[in-house]
Write a protein that binds this ligand. Sequence first.
Ligand code: DC
Length: 230
Amino acid sequence: MSVSPVICIDGPSGAGKGTLSRQLAQGLNWHLLDSGALYRAVGVACQRAGVALEAANEVAAIASVLDVDFRATDEGITVWMAKEDVTADIRSEAGGLCASRVALHPEVRELLLTKQREWACAPGLVADGRDMGTVVFPAAPLKIFLTASAEARAERRFHQLQGTGGNVSLPRLLADIKDRDARDVSRKASPLMPAPDAVLIDSTSLTVEEVVQRVRGLASIRGIASDTTD
Ligand code: DC
């Protein structure tokens, strides 16, 4: 079993986990696991195969043969399924909603467990998700539960999508976020919740830099990692 350190970043959609995780991984020169992208890939693969997202066995069959690959480019990390770049589909709002529906199935979560644990290798891993600290890496030496109000999260997403020229409505985004939160929190398999030993950070009125600094400070105090930046 690997003893490489893992920093878990869990929390609801839009709290800033992705940005925080990317910056931490970059600063530490560690691996980065975007577990949401795995669920998104399963959702998109099901849609393409015409599989109903409620059909647990069929969704699990798709997850068991999922051929997903992450590639670093100058524009960021792209996600590939088989030989196709599916980044745009995976990152869309529809991709996120599909992900939260396939994530309800315990069979699917179980299949993705092994895949996720394989990421924990030297020199260390920053793991971004919903159940990193509670289920996937329960022995991790640092677990962060990052939250922000639903309104702040919807607004951030609104500005992000506006920046990409997308046609979006703020009330619609807020409704989708609340919908997804409800599903993530109330599902039976690995519901979204902080691990008992997680550090809670509310990012509603914090900048990205402030959150990153806080987590880097915690990692340093706990002797987990010394940052290679600055
Ligand atoms: O982090 P994200 O927005 O890419 O995640 C999309 C959906 O995937 C989210 O609504 C719930 C699900 N998910 C999950 O259940 N467990 C994870 N570890 C990561 C994501």
